[in-house]
Design a protein around this ligand. Structure first.
Ligand SMILES: [Zn+2]
Length: 88
C-alpha cells in the first residue's frame, strides 16, 4: 500500500490546478497554497482523493484556525472531478 501524499490545489477557469509537489504532510501542502480558495487533496497512485474527516479537520485547523468540517455534515452527494492538470 502506497502512502498518501498531499497536493495544494485551486480552480482556474473550471480546471483543477495542483502544485507539482507530493507533500508528506497536510501542513506542508497548506503552506504551498498560493491562491484564494485553495485547498488540499490527497494523492495516491497518481489519483486525487478527498481528504478523510480527520485530514479535513487538520486542514481546517491549519488553514482557518478551527477544526469544523466544511460541507461534510450530511452531504446530499459527493463529487470527485478528474481533470487534466495544467502546468503552473
Ligand atoms: Zn506544493
Amino acid at each position: 500500500m502506497s502512502k498518501r501524499r498531499y497536493v495544494a490545489v485551486y480552480t482556474d477557469s473550471d480546471l483543477l490546478v495542483g502544485c507539482d509537489h507530493k507533500h508528506n504532510t497536510i501542513l506542508s501542502a497548506v503552506a504551498c497554497i498560493t491562491a484564494p480558495g485553495g485547498y488540499v487533496v490527497a494523492v495516491r497512485r497518481g489519483k486525487y482523493l478527498s481528504l478523510t474527516d480527520a485530514e479535513d479537520a487538520e486542514f481546517q485547523q491549519l488553514r482557518y484556525g478551527h477544526a469544523e468540517l466544511t460541507k461534510r455534515h450530511n452531504p446530499d452527494f459527493n463529487v470527485l472531478v478528474r481533470v487534466p492538470v495544467k502546468p503552473l
